[in-house]
Design a protein around this ligand. Structure first.
Ligand code: SAH
Ligand code: SF4
Length: 370
């Protein structure tokens, strides 16, 4: 996307910032709500089309502001109805967004960074390294584009009913740009999604989990993937900074602030690494009597990774053991894998990487990146 540097891009601006922009120009703050509706609900890019604003305000906007959306590079449609878009993110790079239709909902999985610095050993994005944070406009632009392009559901509602930050990048490592996007997703003047239907997935940046609880209390998913520090240090290196006990304390505080709504714990099933019944027992012990549910994710392979997916039988037994021990546990269905759109397969195109390796000991992965 190319923005004119003299003009402010209104896409991705929070309602507060938009109000300030207007007040500084002697306009009433409520105009912000009208502008939000034009941008997000009606998908308008041209101030001339905002017919309930005065001519003078439209001229002012035209002179000082613009609405610049990310540019779509390509679209791929999977056999199961999933759609993947590649958005240009500068210097020939791209990030990916995936739409996953289901009977009762349509989930959009969006990216927050170009690559990721956290270097989890089983993740294609991590293997790509990190280039930069996406701007708020680039993040909300993914949602706006998908909504504009996808047909409405048969009940007349927008195709996207749920948004999950499970694409490329670690959303809590891009906190400043994340918060305005969350506000726009739940605001009645833009997409008006319920907070239950917006999920931030994190590998466990504890200080920002604490902050998020106060700033924008949406649903939280935590990529746990191992029931003890020894194993988690190896596959999720951020664990060395924020070990499991600190992470879980932050999770329970977060849940309390959301009237004890469940936190989802993601657990990627890696053959012979974290998938034994002993691991299941340990995991159940860690989460028992807590507002927690576990979502098992069959590992999705990508070029350069030597991990293997646990067998369907192992996953079934693991899930049953968790249930026997009183946990709510589900297994995520693999979707969109014919277009490389499944969890952890999103690699986009990352060059100019600024690789910050947190992990020293990596298992199951060749050092060459994808
Ligand atoms: N950075 C955030 C969100 C993006 S990753 C996080 O780590 O939570 C979204 C989910 O996909 C995470 O649970 C992540 O651990 C999982 N994932 C990563 N690589 C995977 C792979 N190869 N197969 C299956 N799931 C994977
Ligand atoms: Fe980053 Fe999440 Fe991948 Fe880990 S799993 S490398 S935090 S995107």
């Amino acid at each position: 996307m190319t923005a004119n540097t003299d003009k402010i891009n209104l896409l991705g601006l929070s309602q507060d910032d938009l109000e300030q922009f207007l007040v500084a120009r002697n306009e009433k703050p409520f105009r912000a709500r009208q502008i939000l509706q034009w941008i997000y609900q009606r998908g308008v890019n041209d101030f001339e089309a905002m017919t309930d604003l005065s001519k003078a305000l439209r001229a002012e906007l035209y002179a000082n502001a613009e609405i610049v959306a990310p540019i779509v590079r390509s679209r791929h449609d999977a056999n199961d109805g999933c759609v993947k878009w590649l958005f240009a993110s500068g210097s020939g790079q791209s990030v990916e967004t995936v739409f996953i239709p289901e009977e009762d909902r349509g989930t959009l999985c969006i990216s927050s960074q170009v690559g990721c610095a956290l270097d989890c050993s089983f993740c294609a994005t991590g293997a790509q390294g990190f280039n930069r944070n996406l701007s708020s406009a680039e993040i909300i632009g993914q949602v706006r584009h998908a909504i504009a392009e996808l047909p409405r559901r048969s009940n007349g509602e927008a195709a996207v009913s749920n948004v999950v930050f499970m694409g490329m990048g670690e959303p809590l490592a891009n906190y400043r740009n994340l918060v305005p996007v969350l506000e726009l997703l739940v605001s009645d003047w833009s997409y008006g999604l319920s907070r239950r239907r917006v999920t931030v997935s994190t590998s466990g940046i504890v200080p920002h989990i604490n902050k998020l609880a106060d700033d924008c209390n949406v649903a939280l998913a935590v990529s746990l993937h191992a029931p003890n520090d020894e194993l988690r240090n190896q596959i999720v290196p951020i664990n060395k900074l924020h070990p499991i006990s600190t992470l879980l304390d932050a999770c329970w505080d977060y849940a309390k602030k959301r009237s004890n709504r469940f936190i989802t714990f993601e657990y990627v099933m890696l053959r012979d690494v974290n998938d034994s019944l002993a691991h299941a027992n340990e995991l159940a012990e860690l989460l028992k009597n807590k507002p927690a549910k576990v979502n098992l994710i069959p590992f999705n392979p990508f070029p350069g990774s030597d991990f293997r997916r646990s067998s369907a039988e192992t996953i079934r037994h693991f899930q049953s053991r968790l249930r026997d021990r009183g946990l709510v546990a589900t297994t995520r269905r693999t979707r969109g894998d014919d277009i490389n759109a499944a969890c952890g397969q999103l690699a986009g195109k990352v060059s100019d990487r600024v690789k910050v390796r947190l992990g020293e000991k990596r298992i199951g992965q060749r050092m060459s990146s994808a």
